[in-house]
Write a protein that binds this ligand. Sequence first.
Ligand SMILES: NC(=O)c1ccc[n+]([C@@H]2O[C@H](COP(=O)([O-])OP(=O)(O)OC[C@H]3O[C@@H](n4cnc5c(N)ncnc54)[C@H](O)[C@@H]3O)[C@@H](O)[C@H]2O)c1
Length: 446
Amino acid sequence: MEKEKVLTKNNIVAPEGKLGVLIPGLGGAVSTTFMAGVEAVRRGYAKPIGSLTQFGTIRLGKRFEKRIPMIREFVKLSDLDDLVFGGWDIYPANAYDACKQAGVLEDKHVDPLAEFLKEIEPLPAVFNRDYVRNLDGDHQKPYKTHEDNIKALKEDIENFKQDNDVDRCVMIWCASTETYLAPSAVHQSVDSFYQGIKDNDPNIAPSMLYAVAALEAGIPFINGAPNLTVDIPALIELAKEQGIPIAGKDFKTGQTLMKTILAPGLKARMLGLEGWYSTNILGNRDGLVLDDKGSFKTKEESKLSVLEYILQPEVYPDLYDGFYHKVTINYYPPRGDNKEGWDCIDIFGWLGYPMQIKVDFLCRDSILAAPIVLDLVLFMDFAQRAGLTGIQEWLSFYFKSPMHAENLYPEHDLFIQLMKLKNTLRYLMGEEQITHFGLDYYHFVD
Ligand SMILES: NC(=O)c1ccc[n+]([C@@H]2O[C@H](COP(=O)([O-])OP(=O)(O)OC[C@H]3O[C@@H](n4cnc5c(N)ncnc54)[C@H](O)[C@@H]3O)[C@@H](O)[C@H]2O)c1
């Protein structure tokens, strides 16, 4: 009953006023590329390529009806002009200096935005070097306890809202990947978690403190990195209790994006897989962080699970049983943010004859991530306005390790993810689901 009451288009609150975007990791490559990009688009200097919310359309009804509105108009997303940015970093550089340092965008694109970017200054961060061993910035809050840090973050949020005249916010973790953390007793329930906060439990990571501050402040939380953060029973439960949407984890860009495009195609044609060897070289700060074993393990877990779920070796043992899958990331400073991802894919076809596919993706990590940040912010604000709470699995499209209910396996296939996303929007707006069943055009039409 409750579900039906909430999930109708009449209950969706309009996106009035400004939308605050709160970013832990404000001075990073992804964040600065995102903020500079939004401002460049607002001024008409460039186009938001790669963003489904800005370019995507959605078909409604039968094909002959030709109803294909823009997604952002169909579900009334916030306008780019209404976005306001703020956040935290362990380095004090303003967004202009940080953007220059990240080296993703060229000076000719950043300099015209200097005045705007210089005004965005990070607040002191909640940081613990045990969780990110290769960084040591000292723009940090002075507090020692989890409780004091959460309180300080909530004060920051409140001040940001007042200073910017903002009612609605979304928080998106674009900070460094934290070291690998296995879920433990303290993560299992809201009660054990709050006890852990009182006790300064070392298994509560800084990212979790930001998430708690967001949830307690009624703000949707998105996790762009592979660390657990909100993907633990305690915070999933807290999000439900507070009536707030959460989403994660790890933005699906670069090599994993390619994997989730290619693997469903191979499987659709029932081609077998002997092995998939993936390696990357990158030289940005993210690469430096991932050069630490603990942070890399967090990333590796996230990158490895994709193929198992798409190919389902237990269902197709003749095609996929025991395929070899290896992922490595190598820190190589000369490349900066311009990552190179190689894939050597050994497949087999008819009668078991072997074939090879080589992919060499000369990509730009943050150029691929920025539109994802934009889409997630706008969709999560929409989710909040539509009354959706807890895990937003319909946003799996954007993640390497999509969060999912305990009794489900994650959906990694990019095309199924897109269908799920669009059908969710159709459902919320009271439109028919599209199944792509087409016989009705030929056999059942009057
Ligand atoms: N770029 C991509 O394609 C991509 C894809 C998937 C995931 N990610 C993840 O997104 C995150 C950002 O990537 P990036 O390339 O911008 O990295 P980055 O190193 O340039 O930026 C991360 C920023 O977070 C800051 N930081 C670290 N710990 C913090 C804390 N506790 N509080 C506040 N700030 C903190 C760092 O100082 C840094 O400025 C990383 O976790 C990365 O793994 C990126």
